[in-house]
Design a protein around this ligand. Structure first.
Ligand SMILES: NC(=O)c1ccc[n+]([C@@H]2O[C@H](COP(=O)([O-])OP(=O)(O)OC[C@H]3O[C@@H](n4cnc5c(N)ncnc54)[C@H](O)[C@@H]3O)[C@@H](O)[C@H]2O)c1
Length: 322
């Protein structure tokens, strides 16, 4: 079957779809929570001992902070004894197994062999391309896409959707609609690149941050202050490019690029490559240890999540912003 044979949604609104979630660790549990909260039914599979109990516990915890646990949500969750049973009647599969290429290839080949023809198969892979992970699939590899979420994935709306080069527009459109149906903000990535787009953007920033720490220009905690009390505040509201245009006043982006583009180019060309050797790793680890000394990391994660929820609520009040 080719990707073109995916013949549209099983219902017009993408509500009440049959979702299969394969691999129910940190990310899989977040997807299960999001699909249940939006009214879909979920069949989950994970071969680890105790996975079913852990999933239920994590889903309850996630739902408590997002929608609150509502009557029928958990009734729509089934844990299947095998991968084949989990995907047998799925409209949409979200795979979240370990980030090892040969494992992804084997899992996705099995999913492709048994999932219904109409099903889209998405992988949460952080960096492999859809062509790489679908290499062992033989039935309809063109329907295997990347749907890459961001931790904590029950809260952060972004999903990067990366199709294979030959995937049909209809399939891509259907995947985007399904993600939107659970409140996600998908972006379409039009080329297969290591790390997709967003991990590359993060890597660009990490590269310079690591280099500046390595050179002793600033401390680890200075880097974190610089972003979280500086540009990071603005980026969460507008994103770096729309934000940059505001620096041009009434002249907008054209003025910024004419005025500050030339010095910016000097800075860009001065950025250093870094190698994560033992010395640099130790400096970064010691720096973060210093910064977070005496604090409980679970408490920090909880506070981060509370602030994220407040920020997302605030963003819904300014829907005219992009
Ligand atoms: N953790 C993150 O921040 C993050 C963010 C975005 C994407 N991802 C991606 O999501 C995927 C899952 O990452 P995670 O952090 O949830 O890992 P995790 O270790 O928490 O979960 C992986 C799960 O896969 C299960 N598993 C192992 N073999 C399996 C098999 N054959 N079939 C089904 N399940 C199997 C394991 O039992 C485990 O529960 C990875 O591809 C990762 O790159 C992770």
């Amino acid at each position: 079957m080719s990707a073109e044979m995916n013949t549209g949604p099983v219902n017009a609104t993408n509500e009440g779809l049959a979702i299969a979630v394969i691999g129910t660790g940190v990310i899989g549990a977040a997807w299960v929570s999001g699909f249940l909260a939006a009214g879909h039914s979920v069949t989950a599979f994970d071969p680890a001992d105790g996975a079913e109990e852990r999933l239920l516990e994590q889903v309850k915890a996630n739902l408590e902070v997002t929608t609150g646990i509502k009557g029928s949500q958990l009734d729509r969750l089934v844990f299947a004894p095998t991968l084949a049973e989990a995907v047998a009647s799925a409209d949409f599969v979200q795979e979240n197994g370990p980030e090892r290429l040969e494992v992804k290839q084997a899992m996705l080949a099995e999913v492709d062999a048994v999932a219904p023809e109409k099903a889209i198969i998405a992988s949460s892979t952080s960096g492999f391309s859809p062509s790489e992970i679908s290499a062992e699939a033989t039935k309809a590899p063109g329907r295997i896409i990347v749907g890459h979420p961001f931790n904590p994935a029950h809260l952060v709306p972004l999903v990067e959707v990366v199709p294979t080069p030959g995937a049909s527009a209809e399939l891509v459109d259907r995947a985007l609609k399904i993600y939107r149906s659970i409140g996600k903000k998908p972006i379409l990535v039009r080329a297969e690149l290591p790390g997709h787009v967003v991990n590359r953007l993060q890597a660009a920033l990490w590269q310079e941050a690591y280099s500046l720490v390595n050179e002793g220009v600033v401390s680890v905690s200075d880097i974190d202050t610089a972003i979280s009390y500086g540009p990071g505040l603005r980026w969460a509201i507008l994103g770096p490019l729309a934000q940059q245009s505001l620096s041009g006043g009434s002249g907008g982006m054209r003025h910024v690029l004419d005025h500050l583009g030339p010095p910016q180019e000097v800075w860009m060309h001065d950025l250093k490559q870094v190698h994560l050797d033992v010395d640099l790793k130790e400096k970064l680890i010691a720096g973060v240890d210093d910064e977070l000394a005496g604090r409980d990391s679970a408490a920090i994660a909880r506070q981060r999540d509370e602030m994220l929820i407040s920020l997302l609520e605030l963003k819904t009040r300014y829907e005219e912003l992009p």
